[in-house]
Design a binder for this molecule. Structure first.
Ligand SMILES: [Zn+2]
Length: 151
């Protein structure tokens, strides 16, 4: 287990592939689409590294969704002006507003973790905690719990 972090582009690349930004494993904290394990199941890093980690992911989700709506609105206006079909445009933008946050949900957490790890690199205590959690999960009792979560 390495204690040095990969570079930011690599961590973002991993995050965008729903891998752990720190270790690159697919067995990370993402559980199905909306669920989360407390930690990456491979390297043990916690995604909730401090109070407010959800807020970072939520903010990113909101900004990206509003950005997509703004781009969609601009495209619709430019493509159809001056006879803008208001109802279809509103329906499409409404669908984007509902679907986009769902689609990008787990990515906002992995990308936010990549950003957070870069801004606040884990200290030795956090790394030791992560390593201990992984070692504990490898024990027979932990194995049973982990496999039931994977189901
Ligand atoms: Zn990891």
């Amino acid at each position: 287990m390495t204690t040095t972090l990969p570079g930011l582009p690599r961590m973002f690349g991993r995050a965008l592939a729903l891998r752990c930004p720190r270790c690159g494993s697919r067995r990370t904290f993402v559980r199905r689409w909306f669920g989360k394990h407390d930690r990456c199941r491979t390297c043990g890093i916690r995604w909730r590294r401090e109070e407010g980690s959800e807020l970072g992911a939520l903010t990113m989700n909101t900004i990206l969704t509003f950005g997509a709506l703004a781009v969609g609105m601009a495209i619709a206006f430019v493509a159809t002006s001056p006879d803008i079909p208001v109802v279809p445009v509103v329906l499409v933008l409404g669908a984007i507003a509902i679907v986009m946050p769902i689609v990008i949900y787990p990515f906002t957490y992995t990308v936010w973790l990549a950003f957070d790890l870069r801004v606040h690199p884990p200290d030795p205590a956090e790394l030791a905690d992560a390593a201990a959690a992984v070692a504990g999960a490898a024990a027979p009792a932990g194995e049973r719990v982990r496999s039931s979560e994977d189901a």
